[in-house]
Design a protein around this ligand. Structure first.
Ligand code: PMP
Length: 355
């Protein structure tokens, strides 16, 4: 029996994807060679890269709209600086909604003036700031769509004439959005897409080439576009598993279908958090709650040992909150089944009965 895996990332991946990925390690495409021992320039692998890029753009509804999909390395953290390297000439506007925004801001400050248009730091990032203004002369606006650590999620994005760059690491492919509002979308693979090791970057080509600085090749999105993500050796296994996960998502009916399941899962858990007197949600405003990462606490810490034993005995993994926040965090990425959330809710009810 597999565990009910609520881990924040790396995290649960679809079981059929795991099966195909293990087969490809032993014998890829009937080549009598492993996926791990063939050239990344072989036609078998370049087909994987192209398929993964095509699927990513298709899912986001961005094919034939001037966007390119890249699979690069360095994690989402690398994009904190690569975005600024490529786009920041003088001034950029950043929304600060948590640890990952703070890190993005820190890197961008090396390249120009950063205006923090709003921040929820005053309340330990337990809400999403609204009603801020983005200066029309900013080179771009940057935000984090889902705050993995604190469990908040942006439900809408500002109307602005400046390009929007968005870190979607923890909610990409989980909900329908008008993705054409964004000029750059980036996401580490290790939540909704695949294993750690590659980052998806979807970039609208017309925002590039506007800064005056020299950009080292590995940092330059234009170089990676020209080389089709093969300027240097790509993370072949991570890209392959991402491709399989994107195929799996397509078979499931795409983002619109998975969004319905994600809504069901998060409603099920949040209603129990709200109903059960032993639990309280971390996020201040219910409308800011993330459908991917639900953060909550016990109302009485004396029940901690009992609760921890109950969920561990029920085969649940990865429920502890991030070390900087404490409490609990249930990450409900695309591949987590509704049934796993039901197991958690049952455990929460059992704690109430036994309290
Ligand atoms: N942004 C967000 C929203 C994240 O959740 C994470 C990682 N959990 C990162 C950035 C950093 O990603 P990486 O470790 O791939 O650099």
């Amino acid at each position: 029996m597999k565990k009910h895996n609520f881990s924040a990332g790396p995290c649960v991946l679809p079981q059929p994807v795991m099966q195909k990925a293990s087969e490809a390690i032993l014998n890829f495409n009937g080549l009598d060679l492993s996926l791990l021992e063939i050239s990344h320039r072989s036609t078998d692998f370049t087909a994987v890269m192209e398929r993964a890029q095509k699927l990513a753009l298709e899912h986001l509804g961005l094919q034939d709209k001037g966007y390119k999909a890249l699979f690069l390395q360095g994690g989402a953290s690398m994009e904190f600086l690569r975005v600024a390297y490529n786009l920041l000439e003088q001034k950029a506007a950043y929304l600060n909604t948590g640890t990952w925004s703070v890190k993005a801001i820190k890197e961008a400050k090396l390249f120009g003036e950063i205006l923090e248009v709003a921040s929820s730091k005053d309340q330990n990032f337990n809400y999403v700031p609204k009603n801020y203004t983005i200066p029309s002369d900013a080179d771009y606006f940057h935000c984090t769509s889902n705050n993995t650590i604190f469990g908040t999620q942006l439900k809408s994005f500002p109307e602005t004439n400046v390009p929007i760059a968005c870190d979607m690491s923890s909610d990409i492919f989980s909900r329908q959005l008008d993705f054409s509002k964004f000029s750059i979308i980036y996401a580490g693979a290790q939540k909704n897409m695949g294993p750690a090791g590659t980052t998806l970057i979807v970039v609208k080509e017309d925002v590039l080439g506007k800064v005056s600085r020299a950009i080292p090749s590995l940092m330059d999105y234009r170089v990676h576009i020209a080389k089709n993500s093969m300027f240097n050796t790509p993370a072949v296994f991570a890209v392959y598993v991402s491709m399989l996960t994107l195929e799996w998502l397509k078979e499931k009916g795409g983002i619109s279908a998975i969004e319905k399941v994600n809504d069901k899962k998060s409603k099920l858990l949040y209603s129990e958090i709200d109903r059960n007197p032993l639990f309280t949600g971390f996020v201040a405003n219910k409308e800011d709650r993330s459908t991917m990462n639900a953060t909550f606490n016990l109302t009485d810490e004396n029940f901690k040992e009992k609760f921890d034993t109950l969920w561990q005995d029920a085969g649940i993994n990865g429920l502890n909150g991030h070390r900087s926040v404490g409490g609990y965090r249930a990450s409900m990425y695309n591949a987590l089944e509704l049934e796993s959330v039901q197991v958690l809710v049952d455990v929460m009810k059992e704690l109430e009965r036994k309290a």
